[in-house]
Design a protein around this ligand. Structure first.
Ligand SMILES: Cc1cc2nc3c(=O)[nH]c(=O)nc-3n(C[C@H](O)[C@H](O)[C@H](O)COP(=O)(O)OP(=O)(O)OC[C@H]3O[C@@H](n4cnc5c(N)ncnc54)[C@H](O)[C@@H]3O)c2cc1C
Length: 396
């Protein structure tokens, strides 16, 4: 059975992305280790190179100048992004805001989305609040009508890429309905309160805390077709991409620890000769293969346009399993490297810290389990196993 067939075009892009990660991003990782910080000038230069090499907007429709690749292709390419630490992988998978595009007015597309597609600006999603993360329905930010515009009030946390963005996509309760608003940086009443440090720093972008106080935006900034559903679409896409990156990260970790196991001598043997080491490697590879299949399974269902609820459940299984798997693989890799695995210059150390967030952001592992369990209790197991990778739904 062929599993997760990807197009010739995606195969070519994936191979080029793999070479780019190795040639351009791995040396950058070392500059971060040496300097203790990311050198923005170097990152911007590599970002420009990646853009010129065609690694951007692969998810956006042809109509706006994107490559319109299906999910299976995107997943295959995103795996390569997982093979770099410090968030540098995002440089080779510079995706555009397709979920926003699908909900925006033609004027909003021209004013906010096309500059992103052209690489002139960036966006950042501001959904989470100090009082509501997993419970998106519980957000407290409000939007009140004010003449021909809206007054936004609230706090937003963990706004990834806020430092690089020129506008925020803010979720607020507008007259009882969760609604997205586009808020330009510099709008009066919008304040960046903090840019805290995180476990995975130094990272390619910051995660800002924002405060909106009587922040006035015109009606033209209200996204008509989205709201909570638009934000959830963004979550789903990000979840499957997290699963893909976790698979890429695990592959690199397994290759690195295999290499070290074959090289390192202890008690007169390569440590690869010891079953304790072999079993760690065997578990890691087996779990990676399982996570990969789950990710392809979800991507196949996505591309086939299966029932959104089933796709949602399959994406949750992929995100849950792949993120938990990658954390286990990183832990084993550190163990196989011994003391060297605890050194920042070793990718295993960086992955050990950086992969931790994949069990939290875009829905924690507990939230993924709740989604899976809810679907299972409602529809039964077959609904989530049917249409396994490569076979259309209903295939006996
Ligand atoms: C580095 C980073 C970047 C982020 N980027 C963004 C971003 O760009 N934009 C954005 O809007 N958000 C972003 N987030 C927010 C992220 O999506 C949330 O942190 C995540 O959804 C969890 O929400 P929370 O932190 O409020 O935890 P909580 O929801 O408070 O959860 C705390 C604990 O309770 C558990 N829990 C909660 N509800 C249940 C339940 N029903 N059943 C069982 N257990 C439960 C959780 O699993 C978790 O273990 C980012 C977060 C981080 C750390």
């Amino acid at each position: 059975m062929e599993v997760g067939h990807i197009s010739e075009r995606a195969r070519e892009i994936k191979a080029r992305a793999a070479r780019f990660v190795e040639a351009e991003l791995w040396p950058l990782e070392l500059t971060v280790v040496d300097g203790g910080e990311l050198d923005r000038t170097l990152v911007d230069a590599v970002r420009a190179k990646a853009r010129a090499a065609g690694f951007s907007m692969l998810n956006m429709p042809f109509a706006v100048g994107g490559a319109d690749l299906p999910m299976l292709d995107l997943v295959a390419i995103e795996e390569e992004a997982g093979k770099a630490t410090n968030g540098l992988g995002f440089i080779v998978v510079d995706r555009g805001p397709r979920e926003l595009l699908e909900a925006a007015t033609p004027e909003q597309v021209e004013r906010w989305i096309m500059p992103v597609v052209r690489g002139e600006t960036r966006e950042a999603w501001a959904v989470t609040e100090p009082g509501a993360g997993s419970d998106v329905a519980g957000i407290a930010a409000t939007a009140r009508r004010d003449g021909d515009g809206w007054l936004l009030d609230g706090e937003k946390w963990f706004v990834t890429g806020g430092d690089l963005a020129s506008f925020y996509i803010v979720l607020a309760n507008a007259e009882g309905v969760q609604t997205l608003f586009l808020v330009d940086k510099g709008t009066p009443g919008l304040e960046v309160v903090r840019e805290p440090r995180f476990m995975h720093d130094p990272y390619t972008s910051k995660h800002q805390e924002l405060r909106l106080s009587r922040c006035r935006v015109p009606e033209a900034n209200r996204v008509p077709g989205a709201g909570g559903a638009g934000a959830r679409k963004w979550f789903s896409l990000e979840r499957i991409m997290i699963a893909a990156r976790c698979c890429g990260a695990a592959e690199r970790l397994i290759d690195l620890s295999r290499g070290w196991a074959l090289e390192r001598q202890a008690f007169g043997h390569a440590i690869a000769d010891y079953q304790a080491i072999q079993f760690m490697l065997a578990d890691s590879l087996t779990e990676l293969a399982a996570a990969r299949l789950l990710t392809l399974h979800a991507a196949t269902a996505w591309d086939r346009g299966d029932d959104a609820k089933i796709v949602h459940g399959k994406v949750a299984m992929a995100k849950l399993y792949a993120s938990e798997m990658a954390n286990r693989v990183a832990d084993r890799a550190v163990q196989i490297f011994g003391g060297r695995g605890y050194m920042t210059e070793n990718p295993a150390e960086r992955y050990f810290r950086e992969l931790r967030v994949d069990r939290i952001w875009e829905g924690t592992s507990e939230i993924q389990r709740s989604i899976i369990a809810r679907g299972l209790l409602k529809r039964g197991a077959a609904a989530y196993l049917d249409g396994a990778v490569g076979a259309p739904v209903g295939t006996p």
